[in-house]
Design a protein around this ligand. Sequence first.
Ligand code: NAD
Length: 470
Amino acid sequence: MSKYNLIINGEKVAGENADFEVINPADESVYELCPSASDKQLDLAVEGANEAFKSWSALSSKQREEFLNKVADKIEENSEELAKIIVQEQGKPLFLANVEVGAGSAWVRYTSSLELGVKTIEDSDERQVQIHRKPLGVIASITPWNWPFMIAIWHIIPALKTGNTMICKPSSNTPLSTLKLVELMNEVLPKGVINILSGGSSLGAKMSSHEGIRKVVFTGSTQTGKYIMKDAANNLKRLTLELGGNDAGIILPNCENLDEYTAKIFQGAFLNMGQTCAALKRLYVHEDQYDEVCEKLVNLANNEKVGNGLEEGVTFGPVQNQEQLNLVIDLVEDARAKGAKVLCGGHRLDQKGYFYPPTIVSDIDNSLRLVQEEQFGPVLPVIKYSTVEEALAMANDCEVGLGGSVWSHDKQKASEIALKLECGTAWVNNHAEVLPHIPFGGCKLSGIGTEFGEEGLQEFTQIQIMNLAK
Ligand code: NAD
């Protein structure tokens, strides 16, 4: 039986459905069993969260900030245990799991300090008109397996800060760090404010259509986002959908500082073994500098130490799950069969665990699946171009648009080109940087809505106009 619990209305309870296995991707062993929630338990959680909403939403914003700062204290006190859980369920190296936990608590403190306040839009002889921001009610959070702990925090804290209550459902691949987080939160928050149910896609679908839930905040694939949107239509739930990306990076012609930029590009492409929504997933390089850039990237790839994230000195962990690894293998083999050159990596390691070393693919046609589909793994296809217009057209010929980047010592020129990218964040000489005060979200099929900063907080509220006749 699982040593983890669901938390429903402040109570730790076992799942009513059969426990499921959480696999350690570094050795394919069963790391832990995880409880699985029944439909009845979902109803109980919604009931508890609706009851808790009455008093939680009545607190002042300052009082909620004080509560949430205690959550940050709890995370910091338990950071070592949390990071080790993340490594064993997700696969990333320990230093990166420490970053995930550390950034998580910093995110809690910053986001809970934000205030939306009341905005006066008219104060005349005729009337005074104000915009107030009200919480929505019970919100469902559904999260993916790449940054499980951090993304849960991105969902939970703005929701609670603005007076909503919540039910979380982590990915069934990586549920344990979120179960632990919500357990810690329940040590300092009133009962029912934050509930957690673990389970698979059918539980997510039931949450999306539940009449007692007012909003779904979802991070995951575009396909699942479409299902959620349909399921949420019955009671017109509000939605924040942070979906897939296939970010392009363009190195402008005659680029100086190639050593510095290729190091940052490598980091932006292979962060978390490439399993980052806004990782750089296709790189466009001018023909005159193409070979030089490829060589520098291969050298960087060869410096990585691949292995179990708990082992000393390891910088590069496994892919998180078998299905994702199969997709990566399939896309690389398709490219290889169609004439692309695999410059390094390109094979699963012959050992237990889902290890696939950092892989650079050159001489690849833009139309191949490895470029067109989100590979979400440790591979970077490098595509040659002759003119900047051609590079821009290839970068924008894509149905998703999360992030993108342009690289050059000529910052003015690079900024002009960056603004022509069809994406939610256009970086110049950087990629995949997200910070708690900078709004983040995708365009096209990368999603709906914004996270972080004041704009992100607003998404968890609805406006009420107060119109006073004078
Ligand atoms: P996924 O869509 O398969 O699963 C995400 C979550 O949705 C899981 O908790 C899963 O159980 C749940 N789910 C599955 N089917 C559901 C349904 N029909 N209804 C409701 N919930 C359902 O995604 P994943 O494979 O876990 O994560 C990888 C994807 O997430 C990639 O496409 C990546 O780009 C994207 N992602 C996006 C962002 C962003 O901010 N835009 C961040 C991280 C990951």
